[in-house]
Design a protein around this ligand. Sequence first.
Ligand SMILES: [Zn+2]
Length: 128
Amino acid sequence: MSTEPDAKPVVDTPEAEEPPAPLTPYEMDRYECRPCGYTYEPVKGDGKSEIPPGVPFTELPIKWRCPVCGSRPKMFTSIGPAGKPSGFSENLGYGLGVNVLTPGQKNILIFGSLGLAFLFFMSLYGLK
Ligand SMILES: [Zn+2]
C-alpha cells in the first residue's frame, strides 16, 4: 500500500508588494505653531533650519524649533494638507447654529417647541 502523496503544488502567489505612493508635499499635513501662528509647510520646508522642501513635519529633526518663536514641535498643531481648502476645519464651528448649543439649550428648544405644539393643538380644539 503506497499512500499517494498529495500533490500540493506550492503556489507561490506573488504578493503585490507595491510600496505606498509617497505623499507629495501638497498632501502632507501642515503644522501651525500655536504660540506664534507660524505654519510649517512641507512644500516649502524651512530654509532657516536648512530643511529642504518636501520634508514632512513628523520627520523634522528632534532639535528643530519654530523659526519664529523657538517653540518645540510639540507646540504645533496639524492644520491639514495644503491640497485641501484652507480654513475648512476652522470654519466647522460657525454657521451650524443648533450644533454649538449645549445639551441644556437643546432641551429647552425641544421642550419649548413641544409645548408650543401642544398649545397649538389645544387651541385647535378650542375652536371647535
Ligand atoms: Zn512659533
